[in-house]
Design a protein around this ligand. Sequence first.
Ligand code: PMV
Length: 350
Amino acid sequence: MKNNKISGSICWESPSNIALVKYWGKKGRQLPRNPSVSMSLKNSITRTKLDYEPKKIGDQLSFLFEGKREVSFENRIVKWFDRLANEFDFLSDFTFFISSENTFPHSTGIASSASAMSSLALCLCSLEEEVLGVHKDESEFFQKASRIARLGSGSASRSVYGGFAAWGKTNSFSKSSDEFAVSCSKQVNPVFQDFQDAILLVSSEKKEVSSTVGHQLMENHPYAEARYAQANDNFENLLDILRSGDLNAFIEILENEALSLHGLMMNSSPSFTLMKPNTLELIDRIRSYRKTHNVPLGFTLDAGPNIHLLFPKLEKKRVLPFIESELVPLLENGKYILDEAGSGPKKIKK
Ligand code: PMV
């Protein structure tokens, strides 16, 4: 055993992200069928601590979420680590004790696999540097972390960057790759740099159909090819819009992506719906408020019933009273989380 004397602890915080152009459908080793782009959040964060010590016979990985053992996620991590044996040949030298907590309230139905998997991927990349005693340059480090995160959860590949990140090969973006995400924050218009995301909590019930199953259902989906073509167009157009700052065009693509994603779920075979009646009522109220008050706000949805309401920071004074008076009565326990574009992961010093 090469690493029989090394033990220690590494900790990273990493954000959740909201996809503007969605990844839905995959191939090969967790590679996307189409490019996607997302905004990383500031307050919806997972903090993960990776403790490691030399492995003894019979030792097993353990995973605690907010202090409690989480067997299903533990199994997912074990499988992911098995797939990473070629990437990190030191993995079998150690026993790992992983503990993780979210800064956002749990049981709210907010997806946390992107923040959880990206924070753990970053811990593994830091551990690699400690074991090998070498430091990668920053862009190489985050590129590897993105690739490792992708193998755990596709959308996690985008969470290793702050601001805006794109994942998936496209002709219009020379640095793009199916293997890892790249930052596209530099090209983004200032109006988007502190963009707000009010996460409107419609239901915290466990989803009836997981994203994993949803991706699989794209395999024989009658609209699969049309969807991938649409996503490619939306991706290219959205990159231009992120540069130009055209908010009306932004909202059009944002909502088209959200409803296309949920449309694909509804006409999958078997079919499923993740939206709830209040999701539709919220969409209706958001659209009519936009029309009557001429405020540039738009919604998107993850694979779930909650609405992400996106708007520029300078509209906060108008939008918050609208949320409070017209939207809060439709929310589960009246709850929403005000988040915004964030600056990306942070390594936590011991
Ligand atoms: O990363 P996964 O396998 O949980 O899939 C994420 C799918 C969406 O959140 C619906 C879209 C996306 O691009 O994040």
